[in-house]
Design a protein around this ligand. Sequence first.
Ligand SMILES: *Cc1c(COP(=O)(O)O)cnc(C)c1O
Length: 417
Amino acid sequence: MVTAKQLDEQDGLRDFKNEFYMEEGQIYMDGNSLGLMSKRAEGKLLSLMDSWKNFGIDGWTEGDNPWFTLAEEMSSRIAPFVGAQANEVMVTGSITSNIHQMLSTLFQPTPERSVVLVDELNFPSDIYAVESHIRLRGLDPAMAMRKIKSRDGYTLEFEDILEQLTEDVAVVLLPSVLYRSGQLLNIREITGAAHDKGILVGFDLAHSIGAMPHHLHEDGVDFAVWCHYKYMNSGPGGTGGLYIHERHHHLLPGNAGWFGSDKAKQFDMDHHFTKAEGAGAYQIGTPNIFSMAPLLGSIEIFEAAGIENVREKSLKLTSLLRSRLVNELPELTDVTPQQDEERGGHIALSHQEAARICKALKDKGVVPDFRAPNIIRLAPVALYTSFDDVERTIEILKAIMDEELFKNYTNERNVVA
Ligand SMILES: *Cc1c(COP(=O)(O)O)cnc(C)c1O
């Protein structure tokens, strides 16, 4: 048996932990909700504030990272992390606003094909966005939004997805990794099957970007959206991203704005909109420079670490966590798929006392993540979690369960949970 200590000694990514701010002695298992601040992210934010301080309006074109082209520059460096061409990615918006932009651009319902297919386990905001689009087209969500059902309440079966890819579906929007169970869907197979039926395919990469590599272009995915504040560690409200395959770049943005202009024409102030060539066309207004700045630091860290290495370590961490759980804590039901190819970056445990177990964990120095009604999510993030942190988490969790320490807390969620 290899020990956690040995795994840490062999870990090529172990020094990245020193790049992040964390409370002394705390084990942070919540990087899938909000990643920690790195020193490089902080440095870039301060540097962009300096541009404002030193250059005033000239910060748009002066300084280390001129604001006017900042989003475009960052996008070409984010593209490799989603497996896209540089012109297919844009750092902009939030997940929800980017879903709106992608649907307003790509969802063109006809009487024969008007359904948007989603799944019943999807994140509420994605569903709200889809419903509102259907209503804006004068359609009824009860008819035009269809949900793929889950057999076990945690995961989706490929067969069940396939069955719902029917000729009346215009667009299918699915998560790459399901936010509760951590199930990783097969992006390539789903995209192929949907395209065979003439259906456009979009993925929400909220729980896979920064946790694993992607191949969006090669897989032929039509569009994707994501945030950078989870595994990418860009800070609360950090600007998100979108991908749109080059085959759609002729389309005018459904929601147009001046930052979607061809950069050379933008300041002509012409009422005729000349859209940018690539994914840049789907930007709307002035970029939130200070919400993008930390990502510049994060990108450097990921470029240095290598996303393949991050995925490899992440799988080792979640494998260790789950093997220790099975042995030591069988009362916590592991609902994350077993196979590496079907798992994202976290492990989800179900227990009826989940809310109060999470509160007890936090008081003991382990920051978990609770998802109503009964899920504990533990995300041992590769860049700042050691194998020893996983061992210590198990010990603490075991004490909480064996000594029923969770009974000192109420079984209700906090406001942000
Ligand atoms: C985190 C998350 C969101 C959040 O959307 P924002 O618009 O960035 O607030 C949406 N969808 C999924 C699947 C998420 O995990």
